[in-house]
Ligand binder design. Structure first.
Ligand code: SF4
Length: 96
């Protein structure tokens, strides 16, 4: 059995292909122009720097909800630190 690999160089089409994906919002994240490590800081100063970028992100709420629903523990998502997401999760569990 053999497999054929097809490679295309059509980013616009590719973007359209993922528009219906549950993570399509990632295409509009402000962070897409920064190195990923920016959002996985190792200290509080790095967290603050990442949060400043997230502050003006048009998809911050989708990003936060995604991180909460997927239980993503590490990094800055939706402008929240790891500790802040733990607090949000805990408070939502207490309400339910
Ligand atoms: S909220 Fe922050 S981490 Fe999430 S997509 Fe926007 S810039 Fe990226």
């Amino acid at each position: 059995m053999s497999a054929t690999l097809q490679v295309t160089i059509q980013p616009v089409r590719q973007q359209r292909m993922f528009q219906n994906s549950p993570t399509a919002w990632m295409n509009s994240g402000t962070c897409r122009i920064y190195p990923p490590a920016t959002f996985f800081p190792t200290d509080g100063t790095g967290v603050i720097a990442a949060q400043k970028i997230c502050k003006n992100c048009p998809v911050a709420s989708s990003c936060l909800e995604y991180a909460l629903s997927e239980n993503i523990e590490h990094g800055v998502w939706g402008g929240t630190s790891e500790r802040e997401r733990r607090r949000i999760t805990k408070s939502r569990l207490n309400v339910a």
